[in-house]
Design a protein around this ligand. Sequence first.
Ligand code: SF4
Ligand code: SF4
Length: 339
Amino acid sequence: MGKDEFLILYPVCKTVRGARRGMICDLQNLSYHLVPNSLIDIIDQLSITPVDQLYQETEGEEKPILAEYINFIISKRLGFVTASPELFPPLSDMFEYPSLVSNAIISIDEHSAHNYKLIFSELSELNCKGLELRFLNTPGNEELFNLLTLIQNTRIQSIDLIIKHTEFLTPDFFSKLTGQFRRLNYIQVHSAPMNEEIEIKDNYSFLRYTSKCILDHSFCGRINEKNFSPNMMLFTESIHFNNCLNKKISIDERGKIKNCPSMTNDFGQHGNVSLIKVINDKNFSALWGITKDQVEICQVCEFRYICIDCRAYRSTESITSKPLKCAYNPYLAQWETLN
Ligand code: SF4
Ligand code: SF4
């Protein structure tokens, strides 16, 4: 390396310090690397000190560690050497979304009496892009078809389906359904006789059968490594907003408008009050601003910007307490067993 060369991270690679260890999040390759916090200290030093100079200033047993860290950054393609680091400013952490609502959950059971036409037209007006249809029951073939047809002429771009298993819900059925309704993105069939994951490649959809029964909303809010999502949108949203509830609206099975179906308080009955009115209610959006940096324990967790928060199921009454269904202890960097 030349005398005045610096080793800097690619701007899409972000570091996060945790209580015991840290992380380098590669937001372009959608991956993350768990690293010692001391490696992040070195990255900070390398961004202002030429590599050769830092190497000369480092003494004793620290020297091979520095060499190992430099090798790690380069071999994992997280950083590069340049004589002009000023040409590679850090990527902005700003988060902007072009509408008041980004995603919605509509919960449905056999007694639901939703006015779907009105719901979808209001969501479309709000420029909502993502929709989860959460069936606690099994809808009839025609009901499902009619619902998906209604969504065709809206601005909703992506539909996730949670649906109770019955005989006709075969992979072949979903393959045809996703072919016809291209906005279907992810389908989870609960109460199924098998556990199986199937990628419907032709239609870019994903189908999952699970034997778990979804009788209510208590399945939601489980924190699992498998659900970590190292992408730019979640990372930046997590820095500024609550990454689950920000711009989310839901209608539960009884038509109550809520932040999410698991919440106990509601903001009125859909039909009597519009979604637009609720969205503009400051009390409704009050939870949107609770960031991971404000949540107890999460604030020192290295996963905090790639882990979806939960404000409905919390470890204590405090609105900023850790999600109840998380078994990770960032002080020990260990997954423990949930009580
Ligand atoms: S707040 Fe919790 S229960 Fe509600 S949608 Fe988010 S993860 Fe699920
Ligand atoms: S401690 Fe918080 S940020 Fe860390 S994994 Fe658990 S819920 Fe996610």
